[in-house]
Design a protein around this ligand. Structure first.
Ligand code: FNR
Length: 414
């Protein structure tokens, strides 16, 4: 209401209220390399387009005269009341959209009461984000490292940093085919962006020290260290001194690329999770109903139905279509979250009506970050929630459980 009135009274918003203009302006504010990575998708971009097209195939059928003046947007997720069904997806290498991206996002999330899922590929250590958030709700997303001690170290830190859940992403054991990045010869991680959870980790530091061939406790100049310095000089166009000053040494980047993900991840690994953390476990990146059943059989507390924003498999099923199949397969009880393609409040409504308990935003808040930093992220969140609230007001749904499938109709026109 406040946002709407401000708009009608002629106050110009910090970020555009519609996604198309938000995207246009964010693109103008970003470098080609940053844009390719953040906005880009896998292959021909078919999955990304399909994610959006899936929403257009459903039409909302509003109901009138519910008599309710206020709406209650809150939902219960993993034992905690959330003020809205909107969360922030884990996004790595966010610094492409501005320095200290994760800290800014953490503050915006806290200010709006939105749960922030801290990325394994974050640009600020999770402890710093946690400190910036106070008591506000955050979860931690893990990529399964090739080094099992690293897995335990990240889990222990997430628990200590007050994470409310551990989200294990399954769909990125290897990075998808991303032509935009390949054509530009750019990948953020090879430049050291998005590796802050690792460089701040004691286990990782030990691994790097071992690989450099020197004892971790007492740093001393060895052949390995000299080789690393020479490699740094060679590999960075900025010159030797600039490299010495750069915060992430080449050896860390190489070790990170080598171990951050286990290409051989299997259900046997996942079966060990329950014994390794006291946190609720969420498995992210599931699209097939059999995988959903298996995840729940294993004791997962929730699933994120996701195709990683269309960044992994080209021509994959739309996330929204997978949600319908999975909800039908698992029944009404299990907690299902959805991401990939959520752009508006009406999209959130549609996803909830088709069986999601909550949704995650990815690129929209990154674009807010690109345009206006922390306040930009806040505005993007508030706009989407405001539209959801208005949609509920205008469809006769005063609370989230009232958003049901009978308020949708397949759109035969498209
Ligand atoms: C991601 N995503 C992601 N997921 C994850 O589990 N860990 C990660 O580190 C990242 N990193 C990442 C970087 C960038 C630049 C993007 C755009 C996405 C996927 C993310 O969590 C989410 O699934 C999608 O972004 C949702 O789709 P939309 O909202 O971007 O369409």
């Amino acid at each position: 209401n406040t946002i709407y009135r401000a708009g009608v009274l002629g106050r110009r918003p910090r970020v555009p209220a519609d996604f198309a203009e938000l995207e246009r302006r964010a693109r103008r504010a970003s470098s080609p390399v940053a844009w390719a990575y953040v906005a880009g998708g896998a292959g021909e971009g078919r999955t990304m387009r399909r994610n959006r097209a899936a929403f257009d195939r459903w039409a909302i059928v509003p109901r009138m005269a519910s008599g309710a003046v206020e709406r209650d947007l809150s939902v219960e997720l993993l034992g905690r009341r959330h003020p809205t069904p909107v969360l922030l997806a884990p996004v790595g290498a966010g610094a492409l959209m501005g320095a200290d991206s994760d800290l800014k996002t953490a503050r915006a999330a806290a200010a709006t009461g939105t749960t922030y899922i801290l990325s394994n590929q974050g640009c600020n250590p999770m402890e710093d984000c946690a400190a910036a958030m106070g008591d506000a709700s955050r979860w931690f997303q893990l990529y399964w490292s090739k080094d099992e001690d690293m897995v335990d170290s990240l889990i222990a830190r997430a628990e200590a940093a007050g994470a409310g859940a551990l989200v294990v992403t399954l769909d990125t054991t290897v990075l998808g085919w991303r032509p935009q990045d390949l054509n530009l010869g750019s990948l953020p991680f090879s430049r050291g962006q998005g590796i802050a959870q690792y460089t701040s980790d004691p286990r990782f530091r030990r691994i790097v020290a071992e690989r450099l061939g020197r004892p971790s406790a007492r740093p001393q100049v060895t052949l390995g260290a000299i080789r690393t310095l020479l490699a740094m000089a060679r590999n960075h166009p900025g010159g030797f001194l600039a490299n010495l000053r750069s915060r992430v040494p080449r050896a860390s980047v190489e070790t990170f690329l080598d171990i951050y993900s286990n290409a051989g991840l299997s259900w046997d690994h996942l079966a060990t999770l329950r014994g390794r953390t006291r946190l609720p476990v969420v498995l992210k990146g599931i699209l097939h109903p059999d995988d959903a059943r298996r995840a729940l059989d294993l004791g997962a507390d929730a699933i994120v139905v996701s195709n990683h924003g269309g960044r992994q498999v080209d021509n994959a099923v739309a996330s929204l279509d997978a949600l319908i199949t999975i909800r039908d397969a698992v029944g009404p009880a299990p907690t299902l979250l959805l991401d990939s393609g959520i752009r508006t409040g009406a999209d959130v409504f549609t996803a909830l009506a088709l069986g999601a308990d909550a949704v995650l935003l990815g690129r929209p808040y990154m674009y807010g970050l690109a345009l206006a930093g922390r306040p930009g992220v806040e505005d993007v969140i508030r706009n989407i929630i405001a539209e959801l609230d208005l949609t509920m007001a205008l469809t006769g749904t005063p609370a989230i459980p009232a958003i049901t499938r009978d308020l949708l109709r397949p759109d035969t026109a498209t």
